[in-house]
Ligand binder design. Structure first.
Ligand code: NAD
Length: 493
């Protein structure tokens, strides 16, 4: 019997997790708190799942995969996804408030993501009826017909970080529903609430029991058993490169497929001919949006030497003018970092920047005036005089920190931009078409944006080069990650 889920109140009350269509507690009975990062207030408790709960969720996902879900026709999966999109649209404000309260994203930014998230759901809905194999002429003796079939891979384990719970959940669950897979999703322990709300909406839309399961818990107690589980056919992971590496190791037991969206240290290159009116705010928000907690943050800002000082001065003025505070205020542009731990980490980088000889241009410290003292706020920060070997220029900070680095020639900046273990994204500002094409070709990154940044579309593949991961989200490549290709030969002579 389904146990009812207490309402999504964000007032400190308890929420349950979702397994096999039921709202349940952890087998151990343990719970954990989640806090509003803007003021430290506990907004909910959730089950603290362990291995037994993962076992239960994987079994539910397997039963659903083998059961009625396998008989859903593509057009039925399409209708389901369209109903989910409709319900998301109707509950969009509740989803935004949930993300803002649980992980700090300014509500204005959360609201602005509507088209992206709804667009993803509708894109997958479209794709559900567009999946197909091929007939292939072969060279075999006799009369043998050969063709391929695309088949759902099975039970997918999805593990997501805290910086974009709604989009990350939809990017993992949407393609599973389109292709006929089932999912066990483990949200981040730092921001588990919106995925639970999403599960409620999916159940209301008519997703059959066990097709989508949400298991709340920590990385080691719930994430690792999911990554290791022999009954999971595929792991889709978004998070840090270090955790991605441990997931690859954990996947070895049954050689499950793995897709990884990992960290970055993305370069943004501002050429002498750039339109500075456009480049300054875009370069600034490429990092400061979501307080720098963005995998694609353009945190290495290479500026042509002739315009470097002017650009840095304009950037500093822009950073100093940003409105910082509790994201629930619609005027807020920059919210808090997710946790006191993340705050300490970012403060460590601020100290390292100064100690290694970078020049602090603006920001550089925790903000603790008035109500900000209750939360994890850091001033948007720009360092100049940064060299390529400093820690702030090499390591992912995941905070609102830009390192400005002058350059002289395009060959030099391409070499320096590519001199990183990461390869998630890159930005270029130029008015010259040839430079735009040449740099787009030469930069080693899964996404290159010219005269814009953050452009992400459900139809365009997104993912990493090098240690930023492998596999793609968005586009037809994304659906392929959830499918097996089977070759069939039938002798007809
Ligand atoms: P994280 O790697 O610490 O955690 C991510 C998820 O993995 C969480 O749910 C966590 O509980 C789980 N986890 C932790 N240890 C695990 C283990 N041993 N086995 C299985 N699961 C485990 O990352 P984070 O701090 O939550 O997020 C920040 C990182 O995510 C940054 O590096 C950022 O660049 C990256 N990220 C990448 C993208 C992308 O699309 N490339 C998007 C967002 C964030």
């Amino acid at each position: 019997m389904t146990t009812a889920q207490p309402r999504h109140l964000l007032d400190g009350s308890h929420r349950r997790m979702f397994i096999g269509g039921a709202w349940v507690e952890a087998a151990s009975g343990q719970t954990m708190e989640t806090r509003n990062p803007a003021n430290g207030v506990v907004i909910a408790t959730v089950p603290r799942a362990g291995k037994k709960d993962i076992e239960r969720a994987v079994a539910a996902a397997r039963n659903a995969f083998d059961g009625p879900w396998s008989r859903f026709k593509p057009h039925e999966r399409q209708k389901l996804l369209l109903r989910i999109a409709e319900l998301f649209e109707r509950h969009w404000e509740e989803i935004c408030v949930s993300d803002t309260t649980d992980m700090g994203l300014p509500i204005a930014r959360a609201r602005g993501n509507a088209n992206r998230v709804l667009g993803m759901l509708r894109y997958y809905a479209g794709m559900a009826t567009a999946l197909h194999g091929q007939t292939i002429d072969n060279s075999l003796p006799g009369d043998i017909v050969s063709y391929t079939r695309k088949e759902p891979i099975g039970v997918v384990g999805a593990i997501i970080p805290w910086n974009a719970p709604t989009a990350a959940s939809v990017w993992k669950i949407g393609p599973a529903l389109a292709t006929g897979c089932t999912v066990v999703l483990k949200p981040s322990e730092e921001a588990p609430l919106t995925p639970l709300l999403i599960a409620e909406l999916m159940a209301e839309a008519g997703v059959p029991d066990g097709v989508v399961n949400i298991v709340t818990g920590t990385g080691t107690e719930a994430g690792a058993p999911l990554a290791e589980h022999m009954g999971v056919d595929k792991i889709v992971f978004t998070g840090s490169t270090a955790t991605g590496q441990s997931i690859v190791r954990a996947s070895a037991g049954n050689l499950k497929r793995v897709s990884l969206e990992l960290g970055g240290k993305s370069p943004v290159i501002v050429c002498t001919d750039a339109d500075l009116e456009r480049a300054v705010p875009v370069a600034a928000m490429s990092v400061f949006a979501n307080s720098g907690q963005i995998c694609i943050a353009g945190s290495r800002l290479f500026v042509a030497r002739q315009i470097h000082d002017e650009f840095v001065a304009r950037l500093a003025a822009y950073a100093a003018g940003l409105r910082i505070g509790n994201g629930i205020d619609p005027e807020t542009e920059i919210g808090p970092l997710i946790s006191p731990r993340q705050l300490q980490r970012v403060e460590g980088y601020l100290r390292a920047g100064s100690e290694e000889g970078a020049r602090l241009v603006v920001g550089g410290a925790r903000l603790s005036q008035g109500a900000l003292a209750e939360g994890n706020f850091v001033a948007p920060t720009v360092f100049a005089g940064v060299s390529d070997t400093m820690r702030i220029a090499r390591e992912e900070i995941f905070g609102p920190v830009i390192s400005a680095l002058p350059f002289d020639t395009l060959d030099e900046v391409v070499r320096r931009a590519n001199d990183t273990p990461y390869g998630l994204a890159a930005g270029v500002f130029t008015r010259d078409l040839a430079t735009a094409h040449q740099l787009s070709r030469r930069l080693q990154a899964g996404s290159v944006w010219v005269n814009t940044y953050h452009a992400i579309d459900p139809a365009v593949p997104f993912g990493g080069y090098k240690m930023s991961g492998y596999g793609r989200e968005g586009g037809t490549d994304h659906l392929d990650e959830y499918l097996n290709t089977k070759g069939v030969f039938i002798r007809i002579d």
